[in-house]
Design a protein around this ligand. Sequence first.
Ligand SMILES: O=C(O)c1[nH]c(=O)[nH]c(=O)c1Cl
Length: 312
Amino acid sequence: ASLRTEFLGRQYENPFMNASGVHCLTIDELEELSNSKAGAFITKSSTEVEREGNPEPRYYSTPLGSINSMGLPNRGFKYYLDYVLDYQDKHPAANTPFFSVAGMSIDENLKLLRAIQDSAFDGVTELNLSCPNVPGKPQLAYDFEVTEELLSKVFSFFKKPLGVKLPPYFDFAHFDTAASILNKFPLAYVNCINSVGNGLYVDLETESVVIKPKNGFGGIGGEYVKPTALANVRGFYTRLNSSIKIIGTGGIRTGQDAFEHLLCGATMLQVGTELYEEGVSVFERLLHELEDIMNKKGYTSIDEFRGKLSSL
Ligand SMILES: O=C(O)c1[nH]c(=O)[nH]c(=O)c1Cl
């Protein structure tokens, strides 16, 4: 079986990539991703000015996943723009890394996107509408009016491929409203899901929370979130114009999880918690496990089953 994937007119050896935020904060981490078996990779969401992020401990792994309240630590927009432009020059034949942006305000998002539009960047941009861990900052994508206002301003000038990273939704009315807004814009893709916001993990022995920021509240990832991730992938796949592709993120720990996301309609697949725990070797394991499942089922390409989830 072949895992070759076409996404936004570009060919990828396989659909796997890192989830923004994991293993992508420094150039060293980005280079390790570039040299791994990942089909693609993406930068840590950046803000105009470098950010320290929240006090540690701010990430904690559990048997079933992870909780994090990083607080958008990043080296600043210019650090990542310089990296991706340098990458384009050094690897003219390769696919340029994806670039993630998470401004702290509408104006900052517009400023960063204008800088990308005016730059020589020829890759795909991901606008993060869903960071749950900046104290006092509500998740943009849970405010439908603001989201629509932002996207209409963005698409008045941004002409390069742009996707949005969405938080999980839990109500059909929200799927319907979000999709009706997103369908108004020439979006390249939606990425479902970001971590499930503001969960709480308790340590029995210490009778305490496990991360310092926000009294222990943080975004949940890993096995806990797969049913929610699959529901959001499927919910948008069945509601959005077919021109808007889906990136599936959330609970991908095995080839089986990857297969399920593809069956629900995902094209690219992002790995967060499992990459954090296992390192970049996770990609080799995942693509072999996915290939084995496809061979057992008699599929030679992903196109043969993508989106073909049956109802009963
Ligand atoms: O705390 C973070 O940096 C963070 N953590 C997440 O789980 N998702 C995000 O989009 C971000 Cl920006």
